[in-house]
Design a protein around this ligand. Structure first.
Ligand SMILES: [Zn+2]
Ligand SMILES: [Zn+2]
Length: 265
């Protein structure tokens, strides 16, 4: 593996059955079953292991009516990553499904956009419609990490290590960042919630939870520019990701996929 080339794994930990109108502003005339999967991602390279997002735990799954399929720590262990040895966590944004399990990585530094922390602790949270996807305990846990000297803030595009960069997208949440990773097949972009499903990218439609619609659709353009091709953009909640990419190893089908491998079809 050369100096800045990384492996990427998608680890599925949760699921939510829903119909397609729930996934688009303005609904969807087809009204089909269109579930969301919940993932964290692991980037593994010569500079170490970088976890993107931390998921939710069993208590939060119950509270939010989502299915916890396999705890996040178990998924990481399945590919040989022990969470208590991880030194870097990149948080795409502070929604409950991306920043729970906050005691799982006791040695990690957390990478977050300035704007996301300001948004999640500021006047926008006075409004029910905007604070809906946030949990006060998750946000407080991140504030505590700031005071413990464990948060590294980024403002826009920034390099974490050679081959791994973060990019402010905004839109879905004010400080949402996506992660671009150099791999053996080119630049792969972990969109997180900059694109929930391939369908959002392909049709330019918008997921209903949105801070700024302009930034969402401009974000689709940015993701396309950052990635080597459309096949190098990984949406944050699409069950098709596990169908398209090979399992990390035998026995992990439907659980952990290898995103630096060529997709099927
Ligand atoms: Zn989100
Ligand atoms: Zn999400």
């Amino acid at each position: 593996m050369s100096g800045d080339v990384h492996e990427i794994y998608a680890i599925r930990y949760g699921h939510h059955d829903r119909r397609s109108p729930a996934n688009f502003v303005g609904g969807d005339p087809h009204d089909i079953l269109q579930p969301l999967d919940y993932y964290v991602w692991a980037i593994v390279g010569p500079s170490g292991t970088f976890i993107v997002d931390t998921g939710f735990d069993a208590a939060m799954a119950k509270k939010r009516g989502r299915a916890l399929l396999k705890p996040v720590g178990e998924g990481l262990r399945a590919i040989g990553i022990l969470s208590d040895t991880v030194e870097h966590v990149i948080v795409s944004h502070l929604h409950y499904d991306h920043t729970g399990n906050y005691d799982l990585f006791p040695r990690a530094r957390y990478h977050l956009q300035d704007r996301e922390m300001a948004y999640a602790t500021g006047r926008s949270m006075c409004h029910q419609a905007l604070r809906l996807p946030f949990e006060a305990d998750d946000v407080v846990a991140m504030v505590r990490k700031v005071f413990a000297g464990r948060v590294e803030f980024h403002d826009g595009a920034d390099e974490i290590v050679p081959g791994v960069t973060v990019h402010h997208i905004g839109g879905h949440s004010k400080g949402l960042q996506s992660v671009r990773v150099k791999t053996r097949r080119g630049y792969v972009v972990l969109a997180a919630d900059a694109a929930h499903l391939y369908a959002h990218l392909d049709t330019g439609r918008i997921f209903p939870l949105t801070y700024n619609v302009h930034e969402v659709v401009e974000g689709y353009v940015t993701l396309g520019k950052l990635a080597t091709s459309r096949d190098h953009v990984i949406p944050g909640h699409d069950p098709l990701v596990l169908a398209r990419y090979p399992a990390a190893k035998a026995g992990l089908e439907g659980w952990v996929a290898r995103l630096d491998a060529e997709p099927r079809g």
